[in-house]
Design a protein around this ligand. Structure first.
Ligand code: HEC
Ligand code: HEC
Ligand code: HEC
Ligand code: HEC
Ligand code: HEC
Length: 395
């Protein structure tokens, strides 16, 4: 080694020692001399300027950028859709309401679970503009989140892979809220104190856990199915959903189901909707029974509650249609919110919304979904004077 080079080397090592001492005083204190040596080597390596290699690849399309593939998969998914209602709802207020931030912003989610070093629970304020970003799910702290609180208050154990999904996709209300609101009121008496209770949206996790999470309103004296375990190796949300595109991988289904097409899958030899058609997918039975429940909700509202109820896919969803023209009544240019709730009507409407809020209910937990719909129809059929045997659906 020439003298010049040696001097440069000594100079660099001295510089590094200085840098190390300044940047990380704790490191040089408790560390053994040999560790310090290897630490120095690592730092020396890190400080060595990067020199372009003599040969390629230099073409941008040939340079592998870590995570590139996953970023582009994620970027097309609803989780990344910064313009959706789910992420823009609070824009006018300027910050995301703390009651909403845990699920409507990656930063809010981290705040909620204390992954940002804060106490658990959203402390806020949470800036608008956030989406379900990479660090929502890829966060080392998430491994410590071993259970998630359901809206019913039930703490449910979760694996690290499903901890994130279960936090955000389990809805915001439980059947117990409906039971509480209607307690002490006669089943068929209109009570102006009652208003619709919204279970919230795309609550796959609550449906999946069934009676364990008690997301639906469960009628007294009935028994309900718990978590739908499906079949191994289907274990978590990501067994079926690509966690980045969020799309369902039908190739996974066809390893077990003869016809892997989601809408065609059926194992049940029971015709839940009473049609006797066992060739269609189970999804169609569930859709049919949900539609049937809505006809009973409408019939009951007219015959027993005295004002026809109308559902529309816009907040607050249930409107008055007193003149029965199939359109929401209007007052001062605004649609009239439904106000003629009886306990029986509220329970059924909640359950209908609960099941239909999850477009995947037929696969997340068909048993629980069928039970909830059946019992709601049965509860309304009585006062209308109809017999379940004539209706012909199955639980
Ligand atoms: C426990 C998680 C969670 C909390 C807390 C939460 N949301 Fe949501 N919310 C969701 C999920 C999941 C969706 C996704 C629905 C979808 O895919 O369109 C959603 C969707 C929405 C939508 C879009 C509905 C639509 O029709 O597309 C609005 C608006 C909304 N939430 C408002 C709120 C408000 C307001 C709060 C607070 C008062 C809140 N959310 C709290 C999970 C939550
Ligand atoms: C909604 C949650 C979620 C979000 C958001 C998310 N990921 Fe993932 N990611 C996962 C899950 C779950 C896995 C699978 C882990 C496993 O199977 O062990 C995964 C796997 C990966 C892997 C490893 C893939 C492999 O096959 O080994 C990479 C790399 C990755 N993600 C990068 C990203 C990047 C970059 C982003 C943001 C652009 C992102 N992820 C956003 C949940 C998420
Ligand atoms: C921080 C909260 C959060 C987490 C964590 C989260 N999601 Fe979501 N998810 C949302 C919100 C909010 C939306 C609605 C996004 C939109 O409307 O653009 C959504 C949308 C979806 C959709 C699409 C629904 C549609 O409208 O097509 C699927 C499927 C989904 N999430 C599955 C998952 C899975 C699986 C996981 C775990 C790997 C997960 N999510 C983790 C909040 C979350
Ligand atoms: C056995 C496979 C499977 C598992 C496990 C599973 N899902 Fe699904 N999920 C589906 C299918 C199939 C659909 C319906 C997709 C469609 O509409 O075609 C769906 C739909 C959804 C939707 C609504 C998407 C939309 O288009 O509106 C959300 C949100 C969702 N799942 C989230 C989850 C979450 C969160 C978990 C874990 C708690 C989970 N899923 C577990 C198969 C599965
Ligand atoms: C490892 C095998 C396996 C895989 C993979 C699998 N399933 Fe299943 N699936 C089953 C079994 C077994 C049942 C019956 C479980 C029960 O009822 O307890 C079932 C039940 C169902 C049901 C209810 C059918 C009915 O008539 O009750 C639906 C819907 C369903 N699966 C959809 C899917 C979808 C969609 C996928 C792929 C995303 C999938 N499955 C992947 C084994 C599997």
């Amino acid at each position: 080694m020439s003298q010049d080079l040696q001097i440069i080397r000594i100079f660099r090592v001295a510089l590094m020692a200085l840098a190390l001492g300044a940047a990380s005083p704790t490191l040089s204190q408790g560390v053994e001399q040999s560790d310090l040596g290897s630490e120095m080597e690592a730092i020396e390596k890190a400080l060595t300027p990067y020199v372009l290699p003599d040969t390629g690849p230099f073409r941008a399309d040939q340079i592998v950028i870590k995570n590139n593939e996953f970023i582009s998969l994620w970027a097309t998914s609803p989780h990344a859709d910064a313009r959706s209602e789910s992420f823009t709802h609070w824009d006018e207020e300027g910050e995301v309401n703390v009651a909403c931030a845990a699920c409507h912003s990656g930063a809010g989610f981290r705040d909620f679970h204390g992954l940002d070093g804060s106490e658990p629970g959203v402390q806020g304020p949470i800036a608008t503009g956030g989406v379900v970003d990479c660090a929502t799910c890829h966060n080392p702290g998430l491994a410590q989140v071993t259970e998630v609180k359901m809206p019913s208050g039930v703490m449910h154990p979760v694996s690290p892979i499903e901890a994130a999904c279960m936090t955000c996709h389990s809805g915001r209300q439980a059947g117990s809220a409906v039971a509480q609101a209607t307690a002490g009121v006669d089943d068929d008496t209109v009570d102006s104190e009652l208003s619709f209770i919204n279970p919230h949206y795309r609550l796959a996790g609550a449906i999946w856990l069934g009676s364990v999470a008690k997301g639906g309103y469960e009628y007294p004296g009935k028994s309900y199915s718990g978590r739908f375990f499906h079949a191994r190796p289907i274990e978590t949300c990501a067994s079926c959903h690509d966690p980045h595109t969020l799309r369902v991988n039908e190739n996974v289904c066809s390893t077990c189901h003869e016809n892997g097409e989601v809408d065609a899958i059926r194992l049940a030899r029971v015709s839940y909707d009473g049609s006797g058609d066992l060739s269609k997918g189970i999804r169609a039975d569930l859709t049919a029974n949900a539609a049937l429940l809505m006809t009973y909700i409408e019939a009951y509202s007219l015959e027993i509650a005295g004002t026809k109820l109308l559902y529309q896919d816009r907040y607050p969803y249930f409107f008055a249609d007193a003149n029965q023209d199939g359109r929401a009544d209007e007052k001062d240019g605004k649609a009239v919110t439904y106000k003629s709730w009886t306990p029986r009507l509220l329970r059924a409407a909640y359950n209908w919304k609960f099941v239909t809020a999850d477009p995947g209910a037929f696969v997340h937990n068909p048993h629980y979904a069928f039970e909830i719909l059946y019992d709601s129809i049965e509860d309304l059929a009585g006062p209308i004077g109809e017999d379940m045997a004539d209706i012909g659906i199955y639980r």
